[in-house]
Design a protein around this ligand. Structure first.
Ligand SMILES: Cc1cc2nc3c(=O)[nH]c(=O)nc-3n(C[C@H](O)[C@H](O)[C@H](O)COP(=O)(O)OP(=O)(O)OC[C@H]3O[C@@H](n4cnc5c(N)ncnc54)[C@H](O)[C@@H]3O)c2cc1C
Length: 577
């Protein structure tokens, strides 16, 4: 694997940091109105440079070994392997265990925009390390947001020093995407709470404590009546819950993904009983952007390998990158990565405006972007890794070349923190709501204010407008279908749609999401090119792709349901006795 400084050697990332991120907006939010923007940004740049050097040399050099050793399972004990622990110790020694934990609790106090760059850099080196590292900051964010001052003081400083690692447990064997089906129960017994139940697929589940989403209001159902609870792994030297096993898996192999069992586990409430779903959603939205960032780092690693190999491998008398098919693969990868980075940085800046200034408008825009960042950062990144492996020919499947690891690791991205299908449903339900609230937008630039407000000059601008036009036409077709089946009054009535009425939107949710994500990517790349004209080619490629994707999806959606609903009806009647 190529080593070096993973921050300063990445030209696109440095261009974004130095010339595109609106620091003049972020610095005052984080450091106060009088803060010196240039000085603060220079400090943050130094921190990232220090991190980039350590990660790009030490962590990157150990990544293959970390992956090869996987999870340690000895005498029923589940643990991280030694090189992975060394990575985490090294990061902690540099003061980088909890970059976003507030300074008053011993953390780095960095804005999300800066930590996002740091997380990208670690993911590029070693996805397993990045996942484990995330379980200093993820539980810390929940405890900081919803915990009492006493809970903050007990957990945050040790998380910030990397002395404790937590986990966050929602999923259960029967409750995956359907979180509301969870059955782990929390009951109050004397002065404390007790947990009973099982959790499945818990990242870093072999750590020191876990934050558990459990049902705490008796007879509640679905997403109501849940609460968050902190359970320490050991109390007075005794196991407080069981780490039953770590799954054997082929993605992020060294991150222990654990099954946990609670049987009278002593726990303390985090935030009000009954607010668990609302609380965990704040975490999930952040970690969905986090998965996009992880995807970005993995894609960058795969691209670096492919770029170097494409220049060096000679076939038929020339480096393979000079064959048009290979050249196009490289350009596609570059466009995807620059587009994803631009989208993530926009989301990160919005996140800082939400976190530090409770900015409502930023919160609405972030809600629109979050499932798209997650979807694009998963599905498109798999495409990048797949092409990087293909570009290596036979060497692509040889472990020494490491692109096979990047492809394997990329396969987790569309699964955790809400699958790609769940992200699509979220994005499209919001889009449907906005469309039915303002059907008139369908004779204009469409229901998304952000997409509608953007317009650009030149070929990129024409392609962007054509892509948006294809999406709006598609939505018009779907709404017209609804009006045909239910009558126009129905569309005007603004009542909630039944599942059956939503059917065509849900069937095509992933196509609509793909078009939306590409449109936003084209928009951010065009906005960047307006500020930095040398990025015009990237913007043109992004906009061209957005148009091609939106037109393809418009045709697919316009061609009907392909017999899907008929088959569902048949399966349903099979189930009915
Ligand atoms: C390595 C790893 C780490 C993880 N870490 C954590 C963690 O730290 N904490 C935690 O709580 N969980 C964690 N998870 C769990 C993860 O979030 C779930 O696996 C994920 O939410 C999907 O749930 P499931 O596996 O039960 O799949 P299911 O929900 O059963 O889904 C199966 C398939 O059906 C599709 N599907 C389901 N419902 C619908 C629908 N309504 N419409 C369309 N398609 C649908 C899904 O997209 C998927 O393709 C982790 C999982 C893995 C593999």
């Amino acid at each position: 694997m190529k080593t070096g400084n993973y921050f300063t050697d990445n030209e696109d990332l440095i261009a974004c940091f130095d010339r595109l991120v609106p620091w003049e907006r972020i610095v005052p939010l984080v450091e106060g109105a009088g803060a010196d923007v240039a000085e603060t940004v220079s400090t943050w740049r130094e921190i990232l440079s220090l991190a980039g050097r350590y990660v790009g040399n030490d962590v990157a050099s150990r990544a293959a070994k970390v992956d090869e050793l996987g999870v340690i399972r000895e005498g029923g004990r589940v643990d991280m392997n030694e090189p992975l622990k060394e990575n985490l110790r090294g990061l902690a020694a540099l003061g980088l265990a909890g970059p976003s934990i507030p300074r008053e609790y011993g953390g780095g106090g960095l804005p999300f925009t800066v930590s996002a760059i740091f997380f990208e850099v670690i993911s590029r080196a070693c996805a397993s390390t990045q996942v484990q590292h995330a379980f200093y900051t993820a539980p810390a964010a929940l405890i900081h947001r919803f915990g009492s001052e006493d809970q903050r003081r007990r957990y945050l400083p040790r998380l910030a020093r990397g002395e404790l690692m937590g986990a966050v447990a929602m999923t259960e064997p029967q409750a995956g995407s359907d979180v509301g089906a969870l059955t782990t129960a929390a009951t109050q017994e004397g002065d404390h709470w007790c947990l009973r139940g099982r959790k499945q697929f818990i990242s870093a589940g072999s750590g020191d404590f876990v934050i558990v989403l459990a049902r705490c209001v008796p007879a509640s159902r679905g997403l109501d009546g849940l609460g968050l609870f902190i359970a320490d792994r050991r109390i007075d030297g005794n196991e407080n819950y069981a780490v039953e096993r770590a799954e054997h898996k082929n993605v992020i192999r060294a991150s222990p993904t654990c099954a946990l069992s609670f049987d009278g586990t002593r726990a303390e409430l985090l935030g009000p009983a009954g607010d668990g779903w609302k609380e965990i959603l704040t975490f999930m939205n952040e970690s969905r952007v986090g998965v996009g960032i992880q995807g970005l780092g993995i894609a960058q690693a795969a691209f670096e390998a492919a770029r170097a190999y494409g220049a060096q491998r000679v076939q038929m008398g020339r480096p393979i990158r000079e064959h048009p098919l290979v050249a196009e693969m490289l350009l596609d990868m570059e466009t995807t990565i620059a587009g994803l980075r631009a989208l993530i940085l926009e989301a990160a800046v919005l996140q800082d405006r939400v976190l530090f200034a409770k900015d409502e408008r930023a919160s609405r825009e972030l809600r629109e972007l979050t499932p798209l960042v997650k979807w694009y950062g998963a599905e498109e990144v798999i495409g990048v890794c797949r092409r990087a492996l293909q570009l290596h020919g036979g060497y692509g499947v040889v472990t020494e070349y490491e692109v096979e690891r990047h492809l394997r690791d990329s396969l987790i991205l569309p699964i955790y923190e809400g699958t790609s299908q769940i992200q699509s449903l979220m994005a499209v339900k919001d889009l449907m709501k906005a469309t039915l609230a303002r059907p008139r937008s369908l004779v204009g630039r469409g229901p998304s204010h952000v997409l509608a407000a953007a317009s650009f000059d030149g070929q990129a601008g024409r392609d962007y407008a054509a892509a948006r036009g294809a999406l709006v036409r598609t939505l018009r077709g779907l709404v017209a279908g609804l009006a045909r089946r239910r009558g126009l009054d129905f569309v005007r009535s603004k009542r909630e749609l039944s599942e059956e009425e939503q059917g065509p939107f849900l069937l095509h949710a992933e196509r609509l999401t793909e078009s939306l994500a590409h449109l936003h990517v084209a928009r951010v790349l065009c906005e960047q090119a307006r500020r930095l004209p040398e990025r015009r080619h990237l913007a043109e490629r992004g906009a061209r792709r957005a148009r091609l994707v939106a037109e393809r999806n418009a045709r697919a959606i316009g061609s009907g349901d392909g017999g899907v609903f008929e088959r569902i009806a048949a399966w349903r009647s099979d189930r009915t006795p």
